[in-house]
Write a protein that binds this ligand. Structure first.
Ligand code: ASP
Length: 321
């Protein structure tokens, strides 16, 4: 499927903030059309042949980095993974210097993950190609929200009017922020559930209902999205103990019983079994769509690469720049 280019006339994807419902729908429609290609024996296409993508990850990643790599390769893109741990950054080079060095090699797309909010935005002002935010601090993780939206839409046929409960460490989660923005734009009702210590101060300004008890928050939910405790971003202690946390906020059969009988269970990964989610519900083949989220990751990232590439300068027409 060829989504109308005007529906997503952007060169960068830095966040969900600012995207219209039509833009989000354009990405999801195109991603949907890539799911089939990913299920074929021969998955290799050539639509973006000749383009180069650099994965520049300053934080660990399993799903996101691998799926950007596969997405690029399935469209014929040359993909390079920069291992920051062994790069010049370790030797004291700044983020901008690293980016400018890479920019001199003329990549078409830079996929960036960084512990600081705003890092992707900063790079987008410096480089010639497209920048995709693969997670910046606790700010945004736009492709994860698009992945989640595609998973929900394929299962339930819509986003509009659904009740989505997002539970866990809302305060430190870029996934929660991007999902809240996307779900609000698409007309879903979002409830967040967390202990008071793990909810951002102005959460109600995000247009969500805030709950501190799982039973209140999960009531009537179509979707239950679980998040891990982001201990790497915590300074000090936010929960009394893991055991206590699981007792009050860990998703198990009993707590899930107040959600809709066919409510879907989601998790962006990595999942901490026995902390925010019980193994029995995480592996419930009827309710859990956690593996499907991973599968949709490749299709969504293919769609994003495809759409952004339509707004790159035409290098050939530019004198082979
Ligand atoms: N993988 C997601 C992220 O990078 C969620 C997480 O790390 O818990 O934000």
């Amino acid at each position: 499927m060829n989504a109308p280019a005007f529906a997503f006339a952007r060169r960068h994807l830095l966040g969900i903030e600012g995207l219209s419902a039509a833009e989000i729908a354009a990405v999801l429609d195109l991603a949907d059309s890539y799911v089939g290609q990913n299920r074929q024996i021969d998955k290799k296409g050539t639509k973006l042949r000749g383009r180069t993508l650099i994965n520049l990850f300053f934080e660990d990643s399993t799903r996101t980095r691998t799926s950007f790599e596969l997405a690029g390769k399935r469209l014929g893109v040359d993909v390079i993974n920069m291992s920051v741990g062994s790069s010049a950054v370790k030797k004291g080079e700044t983020l901008i210097d690293t980016a400018m060095t890479l920019n001199a090699m003329r990549p078409d797309v830079l996929v960036v993950r960084h512990p600081d909010s705003g890092a992707a935005n900063l790079l987008s002002q410096k480089v010639d190609g497209s920048v995709i935010n693969a997670g910046d601090g606790k700010h945004e993780h736009p492709t994860q929200a698009l992945v989640d939206a595609l998973t929900i839409r394929r299962r339930l046929g819509r986003l509009n009017g659904l009740v989505v409960a997002i539970c866990g460490d809302i305060l430190h989660s870029r996934v929660a922020r991007s999902n809240i923005l996307l779900l609000n734009t698409m007309g879903a009702r979002v409830k967040v559930i967390a202990p008071p210590t793990l909810v951002p101060g102005l959460a109600d300004r995000l247009g969500v209902e805030v709950h501190h008890h799982m039973r209140d928050g999960l009531r009537g939910a179509d979707i239950v999205m679980m998040l891990r405790l982001q201990t790497e971003r915590m300074r000090g202690s936010y929960v009394p103990s893991i055991r206590e946390y699981f007792r009050f906020y860990g998703l198990d059969r009993e707590k899930l019983a107040v959600a809709k009988p066919d409510a879907l269970i989601m998790h962006p990964g990595p999942m901490n079994r026995g902390v925010e989610i019980d193994t029995e519900v995480a592996d419930d083949i009827h309710r859990s769509v956690i593996r499907e989220q991973v599968e949709m990751g490749v299709a969504v990232r293919m769609a994003v690469l495809d759409l952004l590439s339509r707004h790159l300068p035409n290098y050939a027409a530019d004198g082979g720049k």
